[in-house]
Write a protein that binds this ligand. Sequence first.
Ligand code: SPD
Length: 276
Amino acid sequence: MHNWFIEELEMDLGRSIQIKYKTILESVKSEFQQIDVYDTLPFGKMLVHDEVIMLTEFDEAHYHEMIAHVAMNSHPNPENVLVIGGGDGGTLREALKHPEVKAGHLCEIDDKVVEVCKRHFPNISGSFDDPRTECFFEDGAEFIKKRKNFYHIILVDSSDPIGPAEVLFKEEFYKNMKEALTDDGIIVTQSESFMYHRAVIKNIAEFSKKLFPIYRYYYTMVPTYPSGLIGFSYCSKKYDPIKDFREEKLEQLKNLKYYSKEIHHSAFKLPAFFKI
Ligand code: SPD
């Protein structure tokens, strides 16, 4: 006897994804959200916040490698890296594969996410044991206001723009991140799907182009997200992800499942209906 998990997020628009599961391994109601871990039939363990899929063991690497390595391989010496959100540890895991990193900060509003992921996803949350890691359990939008000219890379691994993450999709937040960056810093943010969320992306692109000399949108395949893919905004003060790509840095990256030299370039090729 199996049950079906159904993601509710897109339901009103007549679309959803459903996944068969064996059991629910843990359910926690935190101050911010409902956190559930499912043991699914096709995709291994799955992390869900407020009934929206955050990751599955099957395809988490597609997301985490792509949010991290595109910027990390475009910057010559990313010593100070900040992940905002990303309480499962996957984005930090990828950033810390780069030996240049001296400080790997993670600012997550919900400490319960980290607790739950340490219990159920050791291969994803192992980054919390790295001596370069420091965690801050605060609102990322407030945290960033206190930092100036420090981070070479900021990676915003947020949930969708509803609830606690809404503020992370606003111009004000991007302005504050810009101040927190060094003069050659780069920001990459979770920026939804060009199949389903074009208005959200266009809004981010519009204000980012005013703030940064370089703005690009790229994407990765994540079959367990409702449209099968998700994209990222790349905002940079100096380094262009194509012209300044440092191929030699790929050699230092171990256990890659999705990211490669070819993918680094092709991820920026967008369909004719979505030119940004
Ligand atoms: N629609 C879900 C988008 C979730 C993006 N963040 C996932 C967190 C994985 N570290």
